[in-house]
Design a protein around this ligand. Structure first.
Ligand code: PLP
Length: 400
């Protein structure tokens, strides 16, 4: 049998992928399934971006590029950071990678020593703790309750920091809750960080444009510019421009840190796809109307489906400030009995019940580090969402 390294054995495959796999399996078996699992826009990539990709390919952009990304793309990213975020970065302070996911992994691999701690506010994107584990670090999950708006408080941050803390990861708007930090909230966290200069901060800004108040979400560095020398700002085109398959993400940060990421990338992934880089540059430099249009659609779905969920006895959800998920509180279903006589004891039980009884696939809160909840993606059509909602209402109505 094959020896699999300890660093792989200590992690688990992404639970949203497993939930999607299970839903697809049931579909293949002929069941009618409403999958509200995936976290990718259901829109097509805008035409001008697809055309830029085709044009680049036909013009010979089919070779290796500069390792940290083409100058053109890094210039587009620098211009975007200035225009949208009010942040100044030179192209030598930017690295492009195969999606934000791979950039985050590289950053952790480039900085973590065995046993280094990474503070991950929960509910968190499922990949953070596993990436930290794969890089021999120790994830330190800090539960942020619904009463706290699912946001890290200054007090909780202060108590989580130890001499071994290497990183704090902030994701605003958040997957799975949509929680979005205000400038004031960031200032409170920055005041704590000021007392702990050894802590680096990674901001995962991938949902910054999917923000229902409108406008780009505030950035930590807008609130606390003094943190620039220890902040890595991660972002990408996947969510904003419906470009998940292009696999382009980036990080902007202090040159010394970017240089370490360049070194590791040069001996691991190499440069990102040349055609995708051209498409990403076109997305950043081109017409931005898709961003507002898709946001309006997400907002309609959010309002309708959140209202529908809140009308189901035993379920509730706050209106997310951003991203495209509802994080549904299912505490009211715990302890109820299914028609088969099973008692729902956990959010995993609730999720299994919804799948088996009415064919609705969602992901249990436990995967994101906070229970009892489930995450429902609104990145799918309103017809499918309404079907899902009606099925959930039916399943809940069948409980005793
Ligand atoms: N960060 C968060 C919070 C996400 O939800 C996702 C995608 O699900 C990513 C990063 C990954 O984005 P990319 O497609 O750029 O790798």
């Amino acid at each position: 049998s094959i020896h699999v390294a300890e660093r792989v054995r200590r992690i688990k495959p992404s639970p949203s992928s497993s939930a999607a796999d299970r839903a697809n399996q049931l579909k293949r078996e002929g069941r009618s399934i409403v999958s509200l699992v995936v976290g990718e826009p259901d829109f097509d990539t805008p035409a001008h971006i697809r055309e830029a990709a085709a044009k680049a390919m036909n013009a010979g952009a089919t070779r290796y590029t500069a390792l940290p990304g083409t100058v053109e793309l890094r210039q587009a990213i620098a211009a975007k950071l200035k225009r949208e975020n009010g942040l100044d970065y030179d192209i030598t302070e930017i690295i492009v990678g195969n999606g934000a996911k791979s950039v985050i992994y590289t950053a952790l691999a480039a900085t973590l020593e065995p046993g280094d701690e990474v503070i991950v506010p929960a509910p968190y994107w499922v990949s953070y703790p596993d990436m930290v584990l794969a890089c021999d670090g120790t994830p330190v999950a800090v539960a942020c309750t619904e009463d706290e708006g699912f946001k890290l408080t200054a007090q909780k941050l202060e108590s989580a920091i130890t001499p071994k803390t290497r990183w704090l990861i902030l994701n605003s708007p958040s997957n799975p809750t949509g929680a979005t930090y205000s400038i004031e909230a960031y200032k409170a966290l920055a005041a704590v960080l000021a007392r702990h200069p050894h802590v680096l901060v990674m901001t995962d800004d991938i949902y910054e444009h999917i923000r229902f108040e409108g406008g780009t979400a505030p950035h930590l560095l807008n609130a606390a510019p003094e943190l620039r020398e220890r902040t890595l700002a991660v972002n990408g085109v996947s969510k904003t421009y419906a470009m998940t398959g292009f696999r382009i993400g980036w990080a902007a940060g202090p040159r010394e840190l970017i240089r370490a990421l360049d070194t590791l990338t040069s001996q691991s992934a190499g440069n990102s796809c040349s055609v995708s880089q051209a498409a990403a540059a076109a997305a950043l430099n081109g017409d931005q109307s898709f961003v507002a249009e898709s946001l309006a659609t997400y907002r309609e779905r959010r309002d309708a489906i959140a209202a529908g969920i809140n009308a189901i006895p035993g379920l509730s959800c706050r209106l997310p400030e951003g991203a495209f998920y509802l994080f549904v509180n299912c505490a009211g279903l715990i302890g109820k009995r299914t028609p088969d006589g099973k008692v729902l004891a956990t959010d995993n039980d609730v999720v299994l019940y919804l799948l088996e009884r009415v064919g609705v696939a969602v992901v249990a809160g436990t995967a994101y580090g906070l229970s009892p909840y489930f995450r429902l993606s609104i990145a799918t059509s309103i017809e499918i969402l309404n079907d899902g909602l009606a099925r959930i209402a039916k399943a809940v109505g069948d409980l005793a």
